[in-house]
Design a protein around this ligand. Structure first.
Ligand code: SF4
Length: 418
């Protein structure tokens, strides 16, 4: 077992036995899903109409799921050799680019042609994806940062407008960072994994709006061998470049080919078609579930359809038997309207789901009274959550039987426990 699997946190009562696929792929005891999907051939020309591509994807899903389930159940093995010539990952890549031309990556369903960029949707992006920075993240939950860090790639821009955004420098400035090609993105992921990161953590801003570039990058990973030019393109954005982490294929191989666990770290506002692609490519999910079903999402993040979209996507990954943990940020003055209904919904629909009830809210972006952008209408959010508010959130978690203690207490900045 690796250092990650040996962490004591996996023996805590609320995490014991959970996330076996995550650990198996992180440890290279199992192939990542993208490698399994690479063994599933498709029988459609990739220049066929988009509708035909979707029909083929639906037709191949049972084969993919059978193979995945047999491997994760210990009954089957990844077929020998490299990916087959035209496979399910190639199909996902092609579909993602078709979607870009009438963008429906997220629930906004803007239907703008981002490949042309003449009209932009809510995220204000054309086809380019920009990476703000990437590095071994030592600040994620212990189950993700482990001993060597979470290989985190931060994309710029977002499809939501949270007034208090805790990553406002990245999410609100769409021109932050540098544009990256899919090949450069693949090289970034390759570097992080070869340096020993437990996972490739796709995050923003918001990642969904970069779906095409991410799927394309993943499609290049299995046999990627970065050239000097690839490295020259990727390295300038690497925040921990000067640490000089050695590259070691032992960290990044399953049966002789590149292997890396894919982590979708997202606001979970994806569209149903995007979820279909991600099901094939993501090994573990890290959804953010912030607002209750009332007016808080439209008022504080200008997001309609919030509750129904996020809960629907959460139900999907739960029904699909995926590994995931949920994040909920406790916001000042929002324990009753947001924290309580969020935790109640989790308890009712997926009581086994681990939840990180986060206490690190700080006033930022339009809610920071010390900043020129501060807007008086967000005065209620212009402070940290009180100790009593955090305690009340934990009390709700406890009363509802939520699995929150291990994830929340080790990350807890206030040091509060119940
Ligand atoms: S990613 Fe979402 S917000 Fe951006 S154009 Fe596509 S559907 Fe609209």
């Amino acid at each position: 077992m690796s250092d990650l699997s040996n962490l004591r946190i996996w023996r805590e009562h609320d995490l014991k036995g959970l996330m076996p696929w995550y650990l198996a792929v992180a440890d290279n005891r199992a192939p990542a899903k993208f490698r399994i999907a690479g063994r599933v051939p498709v029988a459609v020309a990739l220049d066929a109409p988009e509708e035909a591509l979707w029909v083929e994807l639906e037709a191949r899903m049972p084969q993919f799921l059978d193979l995945w389930n047999s491997i994760r159940g210990g009954r089957g093995e990844l077929p020998a050799g490299l990916a087959v010539p035209v496979n399910l990952v190639d199909l996902c890549r092609e579909i993602a680019y078709r979607m870009l031309a009438h963008c429906n990556f997220c629930r906004y369903d803007c239907q703008v042609d981002r490949s042309e960029g003449a009209r932009l949707g809510t995220c204000k992006l054309a086809a380019d994806s920009r990476v703000s920075t990437y590095f071994h993240h030592r600040g994620e939950e212990l189950v993700y940062r482990g001993t060597t860090g979470s290989g985190t790639i931060f994309f710029t821009s977002c499809n939501r407008r949270c007034a208090f955004c805790q990553n406002g420098d990245i999410s609100t400035d769409k021109d932050n960072g540098r544009p990256v090609s899919a090949r450069t993105l693949a090289t970034m992921a390759w570097l992080l994994r070869m340096e020993g990161c437990h996972n490739i953590n796709w995050v923003g801003g918001e990642v969904t709006i970069h779906l095409h570039t991410i799927v394309d990058a993943i499609s290049q990973l299995e046999d990627l061998s970065p050239t000097r030019d690839d490295l020259a393109a990727a390295l300038p954005g690497k925040a921990d470049y000067h640490f000089g982490f050695p590259l070691n294929p032992r960290f990044a191989q399953y049966r002789g080919a590149f292997n890396a666990l894919m982590l979708w770290n997202s606001n979970f506002f994806m569209s149903a078609p995007a979820m279909k692609l991600l099901r094939i490519l993501m090994d573990v999910w890290l959804p953010d579930f912030k607002f209750g079903p009332g007016r808080c999402a439209p008022l504080l993040s200008k997001t309609p359809f919030y509750w129904e979209t996020v809960t629907e996507n959460l139900k999907l990954i739960h029904d699909w038997g995926e590994d995931f943990t949920i994040r909920h940020l406790v916001m000042p003055n929002h324990v009753e309207c947001c924290t309580a209904p969020v935790l109640k919904w989790v308890a009712e629909h997926m009581p086994d789901a681990p939840v990180n009830i986060m206490d690190q809210y700080h006033p930022d972006n339009f809610c920071d009274p010390g900043h020129a952008k501060f807007n008086e209408k967000y005065r209620d959010l212009a402070r940290r959550a009180t100790r009593e508010e955090i305690r009340q959130a934990f009390r709700y978690g406890k009363e509802l039987g939520i699995r929150f203690e291990s994830l929340s207490y080790e990350k807890n900045s206030t040091g509060l426990r119940l």
